[in-house]
Design a protein around this ligand. Structure first.
Ligand SMILES: [Zn+2]
Length: 250
């Protein structure tokens, strides 16, 4: 099972948490596999984790910064235009699909609340991680000091190369972005920028009040390790999707 999924050390301390980040050949890109096939993958995960989920929730991800709380009322509703899910319902798994983007798990062990966030560069730029923490504070009384955060395998600074237009968007939002950026002169007129979005999200989490010891970042770059993980930058439109799943057991 170790070989099949990536798991965070910090969450292993909590037997009530189920956490999975899939590796190849598992692929949940619904442009490439049927819903039926995806459901079979869900069943395999349930079997591997030896747990029967009440519900496995996904959302129609749009690189937004929208957050939805899953409760009894919307448990059977399709969630659209949403890139972060929160719940305190036991047995309800929250999933996101990614290929280079980050999936960020949040867990408040005091109030027993979990979240799963899809944070690509747009989500990071629009601080979806802060929107999620704010909602956990408002609706569940979570204290950021208690929240555990895990950033999944995702594209590293080594491979997240952007042009000046994207760099300037980050610079406008985060005037200190140069602390997280390197640049390379390709020729006299062209500069490429390499932004460390993992460290940027870590910075945002700490600024929101999380303890550094409660944050775990996967060192894996999905593009460098495209043999193991789906990577959009490595495979472009042919790329499959990795599935991240977190759930609270009863
Ligand atoms: Zn890399």
């Amino acid at each position: 099972m170790q070989d099949k999924y990536y798991q965070f050390t910090i969450l292993k301390k909590y037997p009530q948490i189920i956490q999975v980040y899939t590796k190849k050949p598992i692929n949940v890109n619904l442009n490439q596999v049927t819903k039926k096939k995806r459901d079979t993958i869900y069943q395999t995960i349930a079997k591997d984790q030896n747990y029967q989920f009440k519900k496995i929730k996904s959302s129609y991800q749009t690189h937004s910064s929208n957050v939805v709380i899953i409760n009894q009322e919307n448990l059977d509703t399709e969630i659209i235009d949403c890139d972060a899910l929160i719940t305190n319902l036991k047995g309800v798994a929250l999933t996101m699909t990614t290929a280079d983007c980050q999936s960020i798990f949040l867990y408040d062990p005091i109030n027993e609340v979990i979240a799963n966030i899809h944070s690509g560069w747009k989500g990071t730029l629009n601080t979806i991680v802060l929107n999620t923490i704010n909602l956990m504070q408002d609706k569940f009384n979570s204290n950021p000091q208690d929240i555990i955060a895990c950033i999944s395998p995702s594209i590293g600074k080594c491979c997240f190369e952007v042009d000046e237009d994207v760099y300037l968007l980050f610079k406008e939002k985060f005037p200190f972005i140069d602390d997280f950026t390197e640049n390379k002169k390709i020729n006299n007129s062209l500069i490429k920028y390499y932004i460390d979005t993992k460290e940027l999200n870590k910075y945002l989490l700490i600024k929101a009040g999380l303890k550094e010891d409660n944050i775990e970042i996967s060192p894996i770059c999905t593009k460098c390790e495209y043999n193991t993980y789906h990577s959009y930058r490595a495979s472009k439109n042919e790329s499959g999707r990795n599935l991240s799943l977190i759930a609270l057991k009863e």
